[in-house]
Design a protein around this ligand. Sequence first.
Ligand code: VGL
Ligand code: ZN
Length: 194
Amino acid sequence: MARYDERTALVVVDVQNDFAHPSGSLYVRGGEEVVPLIDREIEAALATGALVVYTQDWHPPSTPHFQKDGGIWPVHCVQDTWGAAFHPDLRVEGPVVRKGADGRDGYSGFSVRDPRSGETEATELERILRERGVERLVVCGLATDYCVLETVLDARRLGFPTTVLREAIRAVDLQPGDGERALERMREAGAEIA
Ligand code: VGL
Ligand code: ZN
């Protein structure tokens, strides 16, 4: 269990059916195992008055992010579908940041990317954290080698001391070892892997 206080926020990355449920279209192996662990973190965070923020991958039905439209991923987390909904056992009590609503994508909770021009733009995540006086982050969720990785790298660029909850993340591992390499990159960026 991480330590929480009013200057710490727990960031819960993409704990959605398509990643966390065994019948999800981009199921991350072991994804459902992190849900009870994350719920315990959420409870501990809320008990100390810490903010809990959630991100949600939120794609339109067609986007260059999907294989069928020229990208690499099976269709997943399409807006307002079962796959995009949070896992039913996840306790949701805090602001939700949706990424990709307008067809932009990218993996970080802090920014979205225009798939054609490559330009990036901030989401509301940083503003939410700064407005509440958050100084330090604890990150968990899915997937280690994509959205967790990019969210943590952005958090470090923005200067937040960041702890990653190793037991409460899982990797896609398109290539064996991707998850381990992602952990190494997060460590090199100054994140604490707990
Ligand atoms: C993610 C692949 C595609 C993630 C999102 O949440 O890590 N991975 N879209
Ligand atoms: Zn996605």
